[in-house]
Design a protein around this ligand. Structure first.
Ligand code: ATP
Ligand code: MG
Length: 585
């Protein structure tokens, strides 16, 4: 089933969008012009923290609300840009006092707490490298990442320290300082975050970093295998800033809520940097997903721009609520999604439930920022990731007979999604994996590892990760297509599709289906779903087998781990499970 295009032509949203004419923006865009939107340090140099916070204060906006933190118990703490300038300066002074040198790495193992934001930006201010960890990681994933990243400082809580760090502390040979937030009943050598910050000055001369100096270390989600450490530089802020405007429609004074966990790249690029460089107010909710709570936050905080993920959207759909009728969401202007393919069904549900479509966008830890998006002023084709950001040259490529990478323009052909290197937030290395990094580039292209198609209008359609794509009886089947059709059935909340070896067909399609709340699994329903899939996809592409599952295994960033379903089916080793969400096992 294909969904009708959601036309933006003539709408208020399109007319007032930050990027109101896509074609014109593509023609006139230059990274140099994007750079000029930022201030650069007085006297030269580019530093993310300065662009995010200090320059607004210097421009007289110190009293503007930068961050509103909502605790699990609904308590609220507000921080102005001025407050964050002082707090991050204190953290930078503190790092200097500890003797932490430029280029050394500071890790956080924290939930969504104010100290995380202060640490991230204070670290960058001091010219050190920031690397966030998921607070739900167990000791092994913490050890693997901190050892690889040679973390010299860890900011965490006493409770997380006890559970996740104490068991492996003696193996973290680079670690020199543990800083605890809140309760300080930790190891003897632990430092107290609040007390230490109170002891140092609240002004700081921002480290004169250059655009190519390393700023961030982000580990990938580990959906397809062992997570890689992607290295990013201060110059990335140019891409964060401009994509915040173009793809998230961010404006000065917006109230922006990014629901991503701070432990992965979205939590930094769009959970910290882009909203601040664009002068927005960031809403941070300490609590985990909770449908009614989320609708309440959108209403009470008067959120104008909301950036979330398909898993969360599907969970909201599963609840069967009618937010538009029950909450005042009149302030909400723009909704976007990232992380996984966003099914057409979910885009259309957005219109019913919120009066606005979700704008899907595509990027990776490696790209550092949004690369392909459904822009505010552009018609949305539900199920498509949208079109490339102005300044980004994206193509569908294939390997030619003489082994060269060549773009294809035939919209029926599936190929690898590739980008021309050179945008400012492109990763500069996989930490300690030079060979792997080099293999991502060929014939002047960065190869993303994702398969997609591009239609005649230049819209990109996700097919699957190259590792997940199924080859069956001569067909190349993208799991997303099959999953989307299953999700169109009213009983289905989520679906994951894998290929299993078959002597006749090469591979056959097997689907795992999680049902909506209140729907009981039955043999009759299974047959109905098989029939539904066959009607829409044809027998060659439809699943041969459907099993019901209460939960699908997901990464902590909310991505379905198809490789794990497959390994379990085939009795193969399960591989690196460090990012597996524990309640989806
Ligand atoms: P790993 O590389 O360790 O296997 P990962 O690729 O899931 O993990 P991330 O960098 O967090 O790690 O995720 C990027 C990937 O997420 C993309 O390559 C793509 O497969 C998927 N993705 C992100 N956004 C979208 C989207 N809008 N539509 C489809 N897929 C998306
Ligand atoms: Mg990846």
């Amino acid at each position: 089933m294909s969904f009708a295009t959601i036309s933006k032509t003539g709408t208020v949203a399109a007319a007032s969008a930050r990027l109101s004419d896509y074609g014109q923006a593509c023609r006139s865009f230059s990274w140099e012009a994007a750079r000029r939107q930022l201030n650069f340090l007085p006297g030269g140099g580019l530093n993310i923290a300065f662009e995010a916070i200090d320059r607004h204060v210097d421009a007289g906006k110190g009293s503007r609300l930068a961050l509103r933190w909502i605790g699990k118990d609904n308590s609220v703490r507000d921080f102005t840009y001025g407050d964050l300038k002082s707090a991050t300066s204190r953290f930078a002074n503190f790092l200097n006092k500890l003797g932490v040198r430029r280029g050394e790495t500071v890790f956080t193992l924290l939930g969504r707490q104010p100290a995380l934001y202060v640490t991230a930006l204070g670290t960058l201010k001091a010219g050190c490298v920031f690397s966030p960890l998921f607070s739900a990681f167990g000791p092994e994933p913490v050890e693997a990442r901190m050892s690889k990243g040679r973390g010299v400082v860890l900011v965490t809580t006493a409770d997380l320290y006890r559970k996740k760090v104490a068991p492996i502390r003696d193996r973290l040979t680079a670690l020199r300082h543990v800083i605890l937030v809140g309760d300080t009943s930790g190891p003897e050598d632990a430092l107290d975050f609040d007390a230490e910050l109170a002891r140092v000055g609240d002004t700081y001369e921002v480290a004169r970093t250059q655009p190519d100096d390393v700023a961030l270390l982000h580990f990938t989600s580990g959906t397809t295998g062992k997570p890689k450490g992607a290295v990013h530089v201060h110059g990335a802020v140019i891409a964060h800033h401009i994509t915040g405007q173009y793809a998230l429609d961010l404006r000065d004074g917006d109230i922006f809520w990014c629901t991503a966990d701070p432990g992965w790249v979205t939590g930094t690029s769009y959970g910290i940097i882009a909203p601040f460089t664009n002068g927005a107010t960031l809403i941070v909710d300490e609590a985990e997903f909770d449908g009614p709570r989320w609708f309440g936050i959108l209403q009470d905080q008067k959120v104008t721009v909301w950036y979330t993920a398909p898993t969360a959207i599907r969970m909201l759909m599963k609840l069967g609520e009618k937010p538009r009728a029950d909450y005042d969401l009149s302030h909400l202007r723009f909704m976007a999604s990232v992380g996984e393919p966003l099914n057409a069904e979910a885009v259309v549900w957005g219109v019913e439930a919120f009066g606005l479509p979700f704008h899907d966008n595509w990027w990776q830890t490696e790209t550092g920022g949004i690369m392909i998006a459904n822009f505010a002023a552009m018609d949305i084709k539900p199920g498509s990731m949208g079109r490339p950001l102005p300044g980004i040259d994206a193509a569908i490529v294939r390997r030619s007979a003489d082994n060269h990478i060549e773009p294809v323009s035939d919209p029926t052909l599936t190929g690898e999604l590739a980008l021309r290197p050179g945008w400012p937030s492109m990763f500069r290395a996989y930490l300690d994996e030079d060979e792997r990094y080099r293999k991502c580039f060929a014939d002047g292209w960065y190869l993303s590892g994702d398969l997609a198609t591009m239609d005649a209008d230049g819209y990109f359609w996700f097919v699957g990760r190259s590792d997940d794509v199924i080859k069956s009886a001569g067909h190349l089947i993208g799991p997303f297509e099959v999953e989307s059709v299953l999700m169109e059935h009213p009983a289905v909340a989520e679906a994951a599709v894998i290929g299993l070896p078959d002597p006749m067909a090469g591979e056959i399609v097997k689907a795992f289906v999680a049902l909506k709340r209140g729907v009981t699994p039955s043999d009759a329903l299974r047959k109905e779903l098989l029939g539904h899939a066959r009607r829409h996809l044809g027998a060659a592409v439809a699943p041969r087998e459907i099993v019901f599952a209460e939960n699908l295994p997901k990464t902590r960033s909310g991505k379905i781990m198809r490789r794990l379903l497959k390994a379990r089916e085939l009795g193969l080793p399960e591989g690196d499970l460090s990012t597996l969400e524990s309640d989806t096992k």
